[in-house]
Unconditional design. Structure first.
Lengths: 304, 372
């Protein structure tokens, strides 16, 4: 069953008609973790705001849990949980009061759905009397997730939940999402971090309002048509310049401490490139075959 | 109803937890009500007088001491030439010059007539007008004294004279506080209610909490009511504190009934809070809301009849004043506190305030959009 279905969503902003969302269509099955992956300004938040009935699309239709986002917006609001990218709980209310408040506005109680949030809530329970504004970043995140979950939503929208969170907390957060998925909750999550993409069941790569590709992370990686190598040397700048000067190399770019070199399926061989580099005066190179990551796929898609 | 209850609980918690707001609500109005009426006094006193006496006679001495004995004037310079006295005006040491001509006493007795010259620094119009009038009165009085001495009074006045005796109603002793304190109380309720409500929704916009509220099934009118009711209650509390201060500090006991007063303030609070909420639905930041509210506050205060009567404003200004809810409140509070007006007398005001309340709140609910 489809939990979320978007068809040709379009949204422009301002007088200049800046395209924020351009012909976006996708569907998410029930109990799936679906990731919207893309850099800042790709239109992820706009898509989320349309689906959570906060923003009206210029054109296109969408349903959430089988309900139309325009006609049935009131019913949708009862069934979804939304965690905006920016911490937006009451900083002058305590942890406990925030949770109570959001439970009540959805017409439920904390006790009723405590099972759903227990795993997360016990981590912040020692601070339940503390004002939300005085919590650390990771704890704020957990509280916001609790508040978004407290009414047992069918679909959970998490807008950049891990932005600005330390790596350990990020890992923890994703483990929490996996547990929620087991409860049958559909989760839509957006993130600018490519490494988090593989943690989703399916992902949509977004750029400038467009969806470039939708599939499981593994299939997107498998669909990478070229050969990928990682190269390292003392003079990275010289290396990259040399790589870019060779027209037979499909692409090359800095990737952490390495440079990734993309070679076409047929044609120039790795040995040819190494010889070319030596001829260009780039010495002491370390060459190895690299595993394709989502980021490589994304860069590939951007250059198409 | 349960939702509203929790919204109210949340609002009260947030308001009362903020120590600056607590101070602004409970302490500042009291301080202002004690300070402002004492300081902002209509009576002009301590007018600086420069006397140029060319006569130096017993009569001129008498005149000057009569003027200084009145208590309104302070003799700051006493000299022989007008030029010197004018210098005192230029240096802001004198507000008025009284010039007594040479031969003042001699000519007054011999020719039964003499002229005095009064020059007034009219930069401050009120002070100049009142100072000149006071001085004129004192000189007239002095003139009568001389006449009594020189002329044998006849048993009947040869000229027909209308003698005026006045009596002041509702404020027999023309006590200035009786007039000002109720008006200032009205302004304080307006300021606290207007600003608090205008800043409140905007604060949720700034903090982003409104996003979270907007995805909940909370109804728009519940949300607005949740914002309105706490400030309505606080407004009534401020008003009550103000009445107590007026009684304890200034001895003002309302002549009219308290239910009439509270009916009026309750209706008024709905109107002014609605106005604040309306502004906050238009603004995105607290700074914007503050600036816009400040602009309207100035109009409410200066065109509300607190300092200058609305009736003496030009026609177009009176039309604008019609749309100033604060003006109605100031008028009604004065009517009830000083004159003892009842429900029947203030019904027109209540109806108008009611219309303000319905229009402004309705507009605020309409304008608050959960979806953009």
């Amino acid at each position: 069953m489809e939990s979320v279905n978007a068809e040709s969503l379009r949204k422009t902003y301002g007088r200049e008609k800046l395209l924020a969302v351009d012909d976006v269509s996708f569907s998410v099955s029930k109990g799936e973790i679906f990731g919207l992956i893309g850099p800042d300004g790709a239109g992820k938040t706009s898509v989320f705001r349309i689906l959570t009935t906060l923003l009206l699309p210029d054109s296109g239709t969408a349903t959430v849990d089988g309900l139309d986002i325009i006609k049935d917006y009131e019913r949708i609001r009862k069934r979804i949980g939304y965690m905006p990218g920016r911490f937006s709980l009451y900083t002058d209310l305590s942890v406990e009061e925030n949770l109570d408040f959001f439970a009540t506005v959805f017409g439920t109680t904390v006790e009723e759905n405590y099972d759903l949030i227990r795993d997360i809530y016990i981590q912040i329970e020692p601070f339940k009397k503390r004002r939300a504004g005085k919590l650390s970043g990771g704890m704020k995140q957990k509280l916001a997730l609790c508040c978004a979950l407290i009414h047992k939503p069918e679909v959970l929208f998490l807008d950049e939940p891990t932005t600005g969170v330390d790596p350990v907390s990020r890992k923890e957060f994703w483990e929490m999402l996996k547990r929620l998925k087991m409860q049958g909750i559909t989760i839509l999550v957006s993130t600018p971090y490519m490494d988090e993409a593989t943690l989703c069941d399916r992902i949509a790569l977004m750029q400038r309002g467009h969806i470039l590709s939708i599939d499981t992370p593994q299939r997107i990686i498998n669909a990478f048509p070229d050969h990928l190598f990682a190269v390292k040397t003392g003079d990275m700048y010289g290396l990259l310049r040399a790589l870019q000067s060779n027209k037979n190399i499909t692409d090359s770019y800095a990737f952490g401490e390495y440079a990734h070199v993309v070679l076409p399926p047929s044609g120039i061989s790795p040995e040819d490139v190494q010889a070319y580099l030596q001829q260009q005066g780039v010495a002491g190179i370390e060459w190895r075959k690299a595993d394709v990551t989502i980021e490589d796929c994304f860069i590939k898609l951007l250059k198409v | 109803m349960r939702t509203l209850k929790f919204l109210l609980q949340k609002e009260f918690r947030q308001i009362l937890r903020n120590s600056m707001i607590r101070l602004a609500i409970f302490v500042m109005p009291v301080v202002q009500l004690i300070i402002i009426p004492l300081a902002a006094d209509y009576e002009v006193k301590n007018i600086n007088l420069a006397v140029t006496d060319h006569d130096h006679s017993a009569y001129s001495q008498q005149l000057v001491s009569k003027i200084t004995a009145s208590g309104y004037f302070r003799l700051t310079s006493y000299n022989n030439s007008f030029k010197e006295a004018f210098k005192a005006i230029e240096n802001d040491k004198a507000d008025l010059i009284l010039e007594i001509p040479r031969g003042f006493e001699k000519d007054l007795i011999r020719e039964n007539e003499q002229k005095l010259f009064v020059a007034v620094n009219a930069i401050n119009g009120t002070k100049a007008g009142l100072g000149g009038a006071y001085l004129g009165e004192i000189i007239k009085d002095y003139n009568n004294d001389i006449r009594l001495k020189l002329v044998v009074p006849e048993s009947f006045n040869p000229f027909p004279v209308i003698d005026i005796t006045s009596s002041n109603w509702f404020n027999a002793e023309m006590n200035y506080y009786f007039f000002m304190v109720p008006g200032i109380l009205a302004i304080l309720v307006t300021m606290v209610g207007g600003f608090m409500s205008a800043l409140n929704i905007v604060k949720e916009k700034e903090a982003g909490t409104i996003e979270q509220i907007n995805v909940t099934p909370i109804k728009k009118h519940h949300f607005i009511l949740g914002k309105l009711i706490p400030f309505w209650v606080l407004g009534n509390i401020i008003f009550s504190i103000g009445l107590i201060v007026a009684r304890v500090v200034y001895g003002i006991v309302p002549v009219g009934s308290l239910p009439v007063l509270y009916a009026c303030i309750s209706m008024y609070l709905l109107a002014i809070l609605g106005f604040g909420l309306l502004i906050s639905t238009f603004c995105e930041t607290q700074q914007q809301a503050m600036l816009i509210m400040f602009f309207f506050m100035m109009i409410f205060i200066l065109m509300g009849g607190l300092y200058t009567p609305i009736e003496s404003m030009p026609g177009w200004a009176q039309v604008i004043a019609q749309f100033n809810p604060a003006g109605y409140l100031i008028e009604v509070i004065r009517m009830v506190v000083l004159k003892g007006s009842g429900f029947r007398d203030i019904t027109p005001h209540l109806v108008k305030l009611g219309i303000f309340a319905i229009v402004l709140n309705g507009w605020a609910v309409f304008n608050y959009k959960k979806t953009s």
